[in-house]
Design a protein around this ligand. Structure first.
Ligand code: FAD
Length: 371
């Protein structure tokens, strides 16, 4: 008999929810992570009393009451509503595209006026079958919105010209004909009071955890510890890249502590123009309505990815999908291994989706073992 039922590789939300739920079902779990902290990408680092979102701004939002109740077991949420701004050609605009944005852009005061401009621009610049991202955006929102908010931002994000990017990157460009700056349409939204670590600590309370342990540095020994391995790292790395490497985009975060109490008056400001190398500035204290004397800001720079960097966004083109499917098929033949989470599934997931997918996995295993 092995010491643990589950060895969980990765202490992000997927691994932490899995460990919590299995522990509740009297299974013994060990959670390891190669980083020097728990929490994966939702980890917050406290500095000057401010919770700094170390791996990028994280705003919790969901339409699913079950998931909202689930996270509320572990933390109280504040009433933060994400309402980012965009600095474009020297002017500030509200996002997402709504009546405030249209007023700032064109001076239109009614939905009819705004709709009319957008429809005329779509008719003039759009095409029936867009062949690249530029054509797609022009067909969905017209020239002004594309040029003011999308073109340069997206080119920085992907490191490629909009004309060279595939159309499918932008499926929809939601425009709203109300004066409503709430970025998300979901029913539930907020930031956990005290930061995301409160949730992670709640999930992992009483569970054995070890940080600074890379699964691949001691794979054989670690596998001896448990009946089943739950792996939430990169899919291709699990197979030692034997069919090739899956591609990602990375980000570089530059943090700055400022001796002033308020730098930009909002948590998120996008920098659209190509003249800035970064895409956004995050001012962390505003996520929690902080009143500290100082402030911490983070400039977010999109970067090419290599294995030495954090893998943030999967590059979902045909080649990568084909490669992923090959790995996926092989992973399904393995016994006593479960792969889950955003890296093992090579998919961008929001937090609420990752929690739902981890809960679903636990339920699937539990119902199979009860049969
Ligand atoms: P992760 O959190 O990445 O956890 C995986 C863990 O596995 C990591 O800690 C890693 O160190 C560990 N690991 C990997 N390989 C090994 C190994 N070999 N040995 C040991 N440990 C290993 N979602 C939202 O809902 N709202 C947002 O506003 C939002 N903003 C985001 C902004 C950015 C920039 C990014 C990139 C994501 C954002 N997300 C957001 C998504 C959110 O971060 C993810 O849904 C969630 O963190 C995924 O959890 P996970 O457990 O799958 O992965």
């Amino acid at each position: 008999n092995k010491k643990y039922d589950y060895l969980i590789v990765g202490a992000g939300l997927f691994g932490s929810v899995f460990a919590h739920e299995m522990t509740k079902r009297n299974k013994k779990c060990l959670v390891i992570d190669k980083r020097n902290h728990l929490g994966g990408n939702v980890y917050c680092e406290e500095q000057e009393g401010i919770n700094v979102h170390k791996y990028g701004a994280h705003i919790f939002h969901t339409n699913d009451k079950r998931i909202w109740d689930y996270v509320n077991q572990f933390a109280e949420f504040n009433n933060y509503i994400n309402s980012p701004l965009s600095l474009s050609k020297g002017k500030l605009y509200n996002l997402p595209f709504n009546m405030n944005t249209f007023y700032q852009l064109w001076g239109t005061k009614t939905p009819e006026e705004a709709r009319d401009i957008i429809n005329k621009q779509i008719a003039k610049y759009g095409t029936k079958s867009p062949k690249n991202l530029e054509e797609q955006a022009l067909s969905l929102a017209g020239k002004d919105i594309y040029e003011t908010f999308i073109k340069e931002y997206t080119e920085k994000q992907w490191g490629k010209k909009a004309k060279e990017l595939p159309a499918f990157i932008i499926k929809r460009l939601p425009v709203r004909f109300t004066f409503n700056n709430n970025y998300f349409n979901d029913k539930y939204q907020g930031i956990p009071i005290g930061g995301y670590n409160v949730i992670i600590n709640g999930l992992l309370k009483g569970i054995d955890t070890k940080t600074n342990i890379d699964f691949f540095e001691d794979r054989e020994q670690l596998e001896l510890l448990a009946d089943t391995v739950v792996y939430t790292g990169k899919m291709d790395e699990f197979f030692d890249y034997k069919y090739g490497q899956l591609e990602y985009r990375s980000l570089r975060f530059e943090n700055e502590l400022l001796g002033i109490d308020n730098f930009q008056g909002n948590a998120v400001v996008n920098y659209n123009d190509a003249s800035y190398d970064f895409t956004r500035i995050i001012e962390h204290k505003h996520f929690e309505f902080g009143t500290q004397d100082k402030t911490i800001i983070t400039r977010e720079y999109p970067e090419a990815w290599d294995r030495s960097k954090e893998a943030y966004y999967p590059i979902n083109n045909d080649e990568n999908q084909k490669l992923f499917k090959k790995y996926k098929a092989e992973s399904q033949t393995l016994k006593n291994v479960i792969l889950g989470g955003r890296l093992a599934e090579y998919r961008y997931y929001d937090m609420h989706q990752i929690i739902a997918s981890s809960l679903a996995k636990v339920e699937e295993i539990s119902s199979n073992s009860n049969e």
